[in-house]
Ligand binder design. Structure first.
Ligand SMILES: C[S@@+](CC[C@H](N)C(=O)[O-])C[C@H]1O[C@@H](n2cnc3c(N)ncnc32)[C@H](O)[C@@H]1O
Length: 264
């Protein structure tokens, strides 16, 4: 089954990154991308993934819509899109950004994606509006535990400080998403590790193990991506380095893009 529109005969000219280390120096800022939301994507991430794992006019699902980075890339690449977020303010921002867009079919809603009932309601009405039954790729960019608090909603994943609870809630979200992903298609999770109580919590490894145990999937890629243009770290290199040297830890300079193939 063909799952992208890449022309393999032109492989030498392709700019699709197939390496497991992505160094992205400059954040793409054109079009609707504005970098207003703390914890948003570098647009090149969804751009690469959408082109690698979907075909023209297929449906991309983003259960953590945020400021809409994946939606704007879906629009640039002529993919249809479904996106949810629990944060009403950022949802309204995205809605406003899209008010003159009619190039692609898209459906965005406020929803708590950890709740099966809310998720089912949101996605079935979205799919109905597109006369579709399944999505073709899922890109998830959850909060990294409670490192950045997005809302005060009690079901916001960024309210969770307990690692086991966070992983279990993520499994709920993944289960919800996978029910609507076509068989033998792909999903990616973008996540970073965190420090808590003086030690590293390897969220990326914990998620990989939990997903592998719970679902019939194949792990296709662990891409390490540098943190460039991250606002929290901008211009503070000296201070962070001083603090790390004065203590016993390393400064996070990378995040992970984990890609799986759904086998059921
Ligand atoms: C890391 S941000 C996503 C950023 C996005 N990729 C962008 O480029 O703007 C995570 C998002 O997950 C949302 N979120 C947290 N818990 C949620 C839940 N239970 N249901 C839906 N969205 C949730 C937050 O409101 C936040 O916007």
């Amino acid at each position: 089954m063909k799952y992208n529109d890449l022309d393999i005969k032109k492989w030498k000219e392709s700019d699709i990154n197939v390496d497991s280390l992505w160094i992205i120096e400059q954040r793409e800022k054109s079009g609707k991308h504005s970098n207003v939301y703390h914890g948003n994507f570098i647009p090149q991430i969804p751009n690469q993934l959408i082109r690698r794992y979907t075909r023209n006019e297929e449906i991309v699902l983003d259960p953590f819509l945020g400021s809409g980075t994946t939606l704007y890339e879906a629009e640039n690449l002529n993919r249809n899109f479904i996106g949810f977020d629990i944060n009403e303010d950022i949802f309204n921002f995205v809605k406003n950004n899209m008010k003159n867009s009619s190039e692609i079919q898209y459906s965005i809603k406020i929803a708590d994606v950890t709740s099966q009932e809310e998720f089912d309601n949101a996605i079935t009405t979205s799919l109905e509006s597109m006369k579709a039954e399944k999505v073709h790729y899922v890109l998830m960019h959850p909060p990294y535990l409670d490192i950045i608090k997005f809302t005060s909603h009690k079901n916001d994943l960024s309210q969770i400080s307990d690692t086991d609870l966070f992983i279990n809630k993520m499994l709920d979200v993944i289960k919800n998403c996978l029910s609507y992903l076509e068989k033998e298609r792909y999903f990616s999770i973008v996540i970073g590790d965190v420090y808590k109580k003086g030690e590293v919590i390897p969220l990326s490894s914990l998620i990989i193990n939990a997903v592998k145990q719970k679902f019939q999937v194949k792990l296709k890629g662990i891409v390490v991506k540098n943190i460039a243009g991250n606002r929290a770290k901008q211009g503070k290199g000296g201070i962070w380095r001083y603090r790390a040297l004065n203590s016993d830890y390393y400064i996070f300079k990378h995040e992970y893009i984990l890609t799986f193939k759904k086998m059921f």
